[in-house]
Design a protein around this ligand. Structure first.
Ligand code: NAD
Ligand code: UDP
Length: 340
């Protein structure tokens, strides 16, 4: 079976490609490298032991996509390609609507033209906005607090409309919680551009000495230690969720919407302590005012994923920190100077 992985050079895509290849799928990567390095693909190739068909192109560009579908018999698409920086989406919403919403529309049009109607889409827990309670179940009301979140919400709705118009479509919407960690060989991982927005890469860069101190956004939330609680999930567990989604996609008779989280909530201070333990390094921090738009608590009820995919996250918070540290300490500059 041939799978097209859009955004396959990115953080989650590159890790997923490894598990897909190990599960026996033929993979085609499609990426415009706006937030990824070609070196990431070389590292994946090193791990799997062979070259991977790779196309440089943009999901908004029909010609770029047509080249792929003309030359490969694609059975299903895993659609990771998208922009994900919340702050940038507030400053430049049209860029986000164009890339994430229009990009998905063009992709689906070209897929339909070539008779490929199976898609797994990267959605996010951000579509729950500020949930009224935790853990979060898939049926909770949806609400977005920023343009990035709205693009995820709109694409979910667009794909549901597509299914209503044509029941041949097989659609899985995976709502990720907080992906962290890295492949355990230490040669691949998350490589954010500039100053990381997310907690885990910021902690890792602080531990390795690239940043002086972590700013903890808010110490006065209604949580046991006052800092925000999230559901951190190892990227390899998340990747495995995609392999499981492909196993059921052929038999779908409705659009499937599934949380991918662990069901455990950890605070920012829990994460700092776990990372210090894994790395043996101090992570200096200071508590600063809350970040606009942040919520106190967000963690999944992952029972539906277990029921329909037979999937559950296996890796502990200690493994998430150890694997991140192995990658960060051996590659303090990420993939830089290696083809970026
Ligand atoms: P990433 O930026 O590392 O990967 C996205 C990839 O898509 C990059 O390689 C980028 O170059 C590529 N891309 C972007 N726009 C493109 C376009 N128009 N055409 C072709 N390629 C394009 O991000 P990630 O963390 O791997 O996230 C993957 C997906 O999961 C994204 O859709 C993201 O919104 C979603 N997601 C991520 C998180 C997270 O915290 N990392 C959480 C929830 C959902
Ligand atoms: N956070 C923090 N300092 C940082 C980055 C994040 O204190 O430099 C906190 C943030 O307020 C939230 C948690 O860490 O409580 C996870 O934030 P992240 O941006 O990684 O994910 P998201 O906000 O999307 O859940």
């Amino acid at each position: 079976m041939s799978i097209l992985v859009t955004g396959g050079a990115g953080y989650i895509g590159s890790h997923t490609v490894i598990l897909l290849i190990e599960a026996g799928y033929d993979i085609v990567i499609f990426d415009n490298f706006c937030n990824a390095s070609k070196e990431a693909i070389k590292r994946v190739e090193k791990i799997v032991g062979h070259k991977i068909a790779t196309f440089e192109g943009d999901v908004r560009n029909r010609e770029d996509l047509t080249k792929v579908f003309k030359s490969h018999n694609i059975d299903a698409v895993i659609h990771f390609a998208g922009l994900k920086a919340v702050g940038e989406s507030v400053e430049n919403p049209l860029k986000y609507y164009d890339n994430n919403v229009n990009g998905t529309a063009v992709l689906c049009e070209v897929m339909a033209e070539y008779g490929c109607k199976s898609i797994v889409f990267s959605s996010s827990a951000t579509v729950y906005g500020d949930p009224h309670t935790t853990p979060i179940v898939e049926s909770f009301p949806l609400f977005a607090t920023n343009p990035y979140g709205r693009t995820k919400l709109f694409v979910e709705e667009m794909l549901r409309d597509l299914y209503v118009s044509d029941n041949d479509w097989k659609i899985v919407l995976l709502r990720y919680f907080n992906p962290v960690g890295a492949h355990d060989l230490g040669i691949m991982g998350e490589d954010p551009n500039g100053i990381p927005n997310n907690l885990m890469p910021f902690i890792a860069q602080t531990a390795v000495g690239k940043r002086e101190s972590l700013s903890i956004f808010g110490g006065d939330y209604d949580t046991p230690d006052g800092t925000g609680i999230r559901d951190y999930i190892h990227v390899m567990d998340l990747a495995d969720g995609h392999v499981k989604a492909l196993e059921i996609i052929k038999n779908l008779s409705e659009v499937m919407t599934i949380n991918l989280g662990t069901g455990n909530g950890y605070s920012v201070l829990d994460m700092v302590k776990a990372f210090e333990k894994a790395s043996g390094k101090k992570v200096p921090y200071k508590i600063v005012p809350r970040r606009a738009g942040d919520i106190a608590k967000c963690f999944a009820d992952p029972s539906y994923a277990k029921e329909v995919l037979g999937w559950e996250a296996k890796r502990s918070i200690d493994e998430m920190c150890q694997d991140t540290w192995r990658w960060q300490s051996r590659n303090p500059d990420g993939y830089k100077n290696k083809g970026k």
